[in-house]
Design a protein around this ligand. Structure first.
Ligand code: CA
Length: 166
């Protein structure tokens, strides 16, 4: 029987039960790859909600593998996830460009909705912010052509919802 490693409790039983965790200190070891196995896809998202990104792979001839990052246990992690909701643009804001200004840097992402072969990662755009403790502003260029600037509710380490103005 596979037990959920700490931090994975409350997640999909099917996902966890069929996965092999590779987290440091996990009760079980990682599956050793062999000549008949290989990863076919991967999804990247914050599986355990601790701020660092984790990976789930779908492997050929072996169970899926969950790779849980321990970055947040080794150092403070500062991040923001941007969840877009389009009005004039499409509902998920696919095609938008998002710029996060934080700590004297500009972090830019194009929201193309893609994440890899045969997989789909979580849609909120994840920005790692390095050592920045605050965000100055967030800019969104929507596919509709609208430009939006957010200067309120810019706390780090949370998901920020941004709705396209009508
Ligand atoms: Ca994580």
């Amino acid at each position: 029987m596979i037990q959920s490693p700490p931090g994975l409790r409350g997640l999909s039983i099917a996902l966890v039960a069929s996965a092999i965790a590779c987290a440091p200190g996990a009760a079980h070891a990682c599956a050793a790859p062999d000549a008949q196995s290989g990863s076919r896809s991967s999804a990247i998202f914050d599986l355990d909600g601790d701020g660092d990104l984790d990976t789930v792979t779908n492997d050929f001839n072996s169970p899926p593998m969950v790779l849980v990052s321990d970055l947040s246990q080794r150092r403070p992690v500062r991040w923001i996830a941007i969840a877009l909701t389009g009005n004039t643009s499409n509902r998920d804001g696919l095609g938008a460009v998002v710029r996060v200004h934080a700590g004297g840097r500009v972090y830019t992402k194009f929201h193309d909705g893609k994440s890899g072969y045969l997989s789909q990662s979580a849609l909120p755009l994840y920005f790692g912010l390095g050592d920045a403790e605050r965000i100055e502003r967030i800019e969104v260029d929507w596919p509709s052509g609208k430009k939006q600037v957010e200067t309120q509710q810019l706390d780090v380490n949370r998901t920020r919802k941004i709705i396209e103005p009508r």
